[in-house]
Design a binder for this molecule. Structure first.
Ligand code: SF4
Length: 296
């Protein structure tokens, strides 16, 4: 939804990045989308022609990658890259595009944007490079930004600055944001809604408050309790036993079954999404959803 932030959470290999790439039609062969729809403002992106997708990418939907060098060309100056991006989707003079690029750098907190436009990516620190990548993503005021762990490699103070700036910009511009991360503290800080992914599927969805305060899926519950900050000092961390199954050979039924302490014979069938108690917006894919940490 416009101006809202969705946190897409899960451990490495759960399918978060592939979900982001799928939305933009960037899944590389031999990967392919087998079924389902990708609805963007009511139209199915899977039915869009390559030309239509090219027009949407970087214009109506932008992506910020974990490594800003996936966005930036190391041998081109920042102004060349930003102006090219602007003129790819807008009929505008070089000088006007340069003004837009300079303003975009200023908005993400890059000092002396006029001078910095003439620099090459290697002349920026990691945090500043990521700011440039974010500025490029925001150039066309997209309706949606998919941010794939963009602050994971940065130190926590820079991460906090970038999170707060992106949050502010999205609210101001009305851009919807999908923030992909394995870090629950990041989604707790910025997201309005959370989707938790496990083994290639979303297993829980709801408002940030509802999911973090009252997780319903045993996997989400395990994730929350394995964060050191949620445990009393001196008590051992609660770990989720085992490892995530390979997506190439998922177990029959619930894919969390082999790691779940509440698994029973019912879990041999694949669970549907169930509403959590009376909250229709909070749903979990589990036969025995938790209430206050125990199966209801
Ligand atoms: Fe655990 Fe069964 Fe729920 Fe899967 S469906 S998470 S195995 S209780």
């Amino acid at each position: 939804m416009r101006g809202k932030i969705l946190g897409l959470v899960g451990e490495s290999g759960s399918g978060k990045t592939v979900t982001g790439f799928s939305i933009l039609g960037l899944v590389e062969k031999p990967g392919r989308i087998e079924q389902g729809r990708i609805l963007f403002n009511g139209s199915d992106l899977r039915r869009a022609s390559p030309e239509e997708l090219r027009d949407i990418r970087g214009n109506r939907i932008s992506m910020i990658f974990q490594d800003p060098m996936m966005t930036l060309n190391p041998v081109l100056r920042i102004d060349t890259q930003m102006i090219e991006t602007i003129r790819a989707h807008k009929k505008i003079s070089y000088d006007d595009a340069r003004v837009l690029a300079r303003d975009a750098l200023g908005k993400v907190g890059i000092p002396s944007p006029d001078e910095r436009l003439a620099a090459y990516p290697h002349q920026f620190s990691g945090g500043m490079r990521q700011r440039v990548a974010i500025a490029i993503a925001l150039l066309h005021k997209p309706e949606l930004i998919i941010a794939d762990e963009p602050t994971t490699a940065l130190d926590v103070t820079i991460q906090a600055q970038i999170l707060s700036e992106v949050q502010k910009l999205c609210r101001e511009v009305g851009t919807a944001l999908i923030w992909v991360t394995h870090d629950l503290s990041v989604v707790a800080a910025i997201a309005d809604q959370i989707c938790v992914m496990y083994a290639g599927r979303i297993v829980e969805r709801g408002s940030t408050e509802s999911v973090l305060d009252g997780p319903s899926h045993p996997y989400t519950n395990g994730l929350i309790h394995s964060v050191p900050g949620n445990n009393r000092p001196g008590t051992p961390l609660q770990q989720i036993p085992g490892v995530m199954p390979s997506l190439l050979s998922l177990p029959v039924g619930c894919s969390f079954r082999q790691r779940c302490r509440y698994a029973d014979s019912m879990c041999m069938a694949e669970p549907e999404f169930n509403a959590v108690e009376t909250n229709r917006d909070h749903i979990a894919r589990c036969w025995h959803p938790l209430a206050e940490g125990r199966p209801a």
